[in-house]
Every structure is written in structure tokens, then in C-alpha cells.
Design a protein around this ligand. Sequence first.
Ligand SMILES: C[S@@+](CC[C@H](N)C(=O)[O-])C[C@H]1O[C@@H](n2cnc3c(N)ncnc32)[C@H](O)[C@@H]1O
Length: 227
Amino acid sequence: MKLKEIVFNTSKAKIHVTSQIQLTPFTEFLIENFPDVQGLHVLDFGSGTGVLGIYASLKSASRVFCYDLNEKAIELTQKNILFNDLKNVSVLNLEEVRRRSIDIIISNPSSLPADSKINDFFDGGFYGNKMIDDLLVSSTRLLKDSGVLFFIHTSLVPFSLIEELLMKLDFNWSVINSKNLLFRPVYLRNLSHLLYLESRFPEVKIHRKGEKFYEEIRLIRVERIKR
Ligand SMILES: C[S@@+](CC[C@H](N)C(=O)[O-])C[C@H]1O[C@@H](n2cnc3c(N)ncnc32)[C@H](O)[C@@H]1O
């Protein structure tokens, strides 16, 4: 297990990572574009190392809850919370989270489209929207009425599928920021499937510069439609 020291604006955190559960450029992008969480109840949905929940605490959230469905990620999140001595961060299951009043959900979902088995940490299912679907459906139950969800979407995942669910669940959405990222090795191993999705969905975009491939990632803000 490796230990990475992350220097945020005003504070430092020490985060243990494993070969499977890591910090990624998506994590970094979310941290660079982190919403104001001061005094709020925050849920880190799909916590992995726990880094986003830990950052929320350092940014003065009043309470932070971390949730992941992977046992190893839960253990690692717990270890990192203890290691950084944060008293207002805890790991809960979804039933326990439901009893809290959540103002903000933050998520960097597993969303790499894959047609064969890859590391669970990245695996978003065939279209890449498997965890995003869970996140959106759970958010309807977990967020308070005025609550907001922030999550990352990559241009490799057909947005039409996500938009359909957002509309069905009565959510509004907007893009807060975006960035192009070079394909990582796990993407290149899965390239034929990504090219297939690009040929099938007009909104799936793989950017090309010379021989290099890029995805565009976006931070999406979601809230309930006000009636
Ligand atoms: C890409 S990682 C992000 C980890 C961390 N939040 C970060 O930003 O570095 C996604 C995490 O979501 C978890 N996960 C996958 N599917 C999930 C689901 N349906 N519900 C909750 N967590 C899930 C994975 O176990 C993994 O830890």
C-alpha cells in the first residue's frame, strides 16, 4: 500500500492508495472544482480512498458521510479517515445515510464503458452508466429537497442515456466545467469497445490529436426541478 500526501489549498491530507483503489485525474478535477460545502452535510458516493469526503471535511463541511459498495474501498476509506484524524467523517451504508439530511452529494463514478471484465474501480458496465444510474436513483431518496448532486461525466458515456433518467427523475442539470484528458492504459486496452460506442451514439466523443486519444470530462450539477 502506498501513501500519497496531497496538498490542498490550505491543508494537507495523507491518503493511502492500493494497486486497485487509486487517485485519478478525475479525482483531481473534482478537487479543483469542488463546490462550497461549508457548514453542510455531504455524502461522498463511491468513496474509493475516501479522498473526496476527506477534502469536504477539510473544506469545513459540518458532517461528511462516505459510501462505497466495495468492501476493500470501505476499509481503505475508514483507514484514511482515521489516519487524518477527522472526527466529522464516517462511513455509512445507504440505509443509514437515508436517515440524514444530505445537502450535497459528490461523486466520481466508475464509468469506463467495458464489454469485458475490468477493475471494478473503473468499470461502468457496457455503456458506462451503470453506477451513474445507481447514483441518480439513490440521489432522489438521499438528497434533501434543496440538495445538489455533483458528478463527473466523460464524453465516452452516451449522455442521452443519462439525460433520459435525469428527466424521468425530475432533475435539472448543468455543466460546471470541463477538461480534456489523455486516454490512460486501461482505456487503450478497451479501445475497440469505445470506438464502437462512438460509432453508435452521436454524443460519444473521442478527441484525437495525432496518434493520441482524449476524452472530455465534465462536472455536472444536478438539482430537483422546482414546481
Ligand atoms: C472511480 S472510483 C472513485 C473513487 C474516489 N471517489 C475518487 O474520486 O478517487 C469509483 C468508486 O465507486 C465505487 N462504486 C462502483 N459502483 C458503485 C455503486 N453502484 N455504488 C456505490 N459505489 C460504487 C467503486 O468501488 C469505487 O470505489
